[in-house]
Design a protein around this ligand. Structure first.
Ligand SMILES: Nc1ncnc2c1ncn2[C@@H]1O[C@H](COP(=O)(O)OP(=O)(O)OP(=O)(O)O)[C@@H](O)[C@H]1O
Ligand SMILES: [Mg+2]
Length: 266
């Protein structure tokens, strides 16, 4: 499904500030894998996502999505197949358009329908998804995105990012800026959408408990590498303190994360 082979990225190469952000990182994700991604600040998690999204040129390495080598494709050429959501809910949405229009745009981008081709059934589905959040969004379909609260925008953006059933969904701390209650709702919706659409998903989080509870696999990054990759029984039995201990013994230092959350209520 997704194959990353020896990704290397140095920012400001050839200057005194050169920073090796991805250090020969390799990863294979199977179809339907839901991988949670943990790591210290500056470990290279967002850089990994930006590499997959084609935001910069790699020093070396290969990215293969569904059997297609996308390493040399431009970011906009990859956007059709990769849905993404970041901490800032305004990235990737049009603030002056209504929720309904933004959803329609997300939908038609992939399906290559005309903009107005969203039928009544799709519309009912969007509303139903939004209604499960209990944020009153289903009654605000005609409201401009820019006027919604952070949590409302993030929830609507999540529905948008998954609406066209992308081959891959990348979530970079998408609940970090939300209050605990709203974060929990958005995480539930994340679980539901990934399952219903059988998406392959990578989710960066600082919430260690959520990282172990959500999805089927957890990777931990350190200094541009993946130092732990845990799934199956080993993961099911793992507690947060086990994980911290394993990180320490593998990487030789403690997980240094100023936003680390040890409880589920982030
Ligand atoms: N555009 C850039 N130019 C220069 N350095 C960069 C750039 N983007 C990232 N870096 C550096 O690369 C390293 C990895 O950064 P990255 O944002 O991927 O970390 P992260 O794991 O997402 O951290 P956090 O948990 O704080 O979000 C850091 O040292 C960062 O300063
Ligand atoms: Mg980051």
């Amino acid at each position: 499904m997704l194959v990353l082979k020896g990704l290397r990225k140095t920012f400001e190469k050839g200057t005194p500030n050169a920073k090796l952000a991805l250090d020969d990182l390799s990863l294979e994700a199977a179809p339907g894998d839901f991988i949670t991604v943990l790591g210290s600040n500056g470990a290279g998690k967002s850089t990994l996502f930006n590499a997959i999204l084609g935001k910069f040129r790699l020093d070396r390495g290969k990215i293969i999505l569904n059997g297609v080598d996308i390493t040399r494709l431009k970011d906009y050429q990859r956007a059709l197949n990769i849905g993404c959501l970041f901490q800032d809910p305004m990235r990737g949405t049009a603030p002056h358009m209504t929720i309904e229009e933004n959803l329609a745009l997300a939908y038609t981008r992939k399906a290559r329908h005309s903009f107005f081709a969203v039928n009544r059934r799709d519309s009912a589905y969007f509303r139903e998804l939004l209604a499960t959040l209990d944020l009153g969004l289903e009654d605000r379909m005609k409201m401009q995105m820019g006027l919604l609260s952070g949590g409302q925008r993030q929830a609507a953006s999540l529905v948008m990012a998954t609406i066209a059933a992308p081959q891959l969904l990348l979530l970079d701390e998408h609940t970090a800026a939300l209050d605990p209650g709203t974060a929990e709702k958005v995480l539930s919706l994340t679980r539901r959408l990934v399952k219903e659409k059988n998406l392959t998903c990578l989710m960066i989080t600082h919430n260690m408990q959520a990282a172990l509870e959500m999805g089927n696999r957890t990777i931990v990054m350190d200094r541009g590498r993946i130092v732990l990759d845990i799934s199956g029984d080993a993961r099911a039995k793992l507690s947060v303190s086990d994980l911290l201990q394993r990180f320490q013994s593998t990487s030789g230092h403690a997980l240094d994360d100023d936003r680390i959350l040890l409880t589920h209520s982030s």
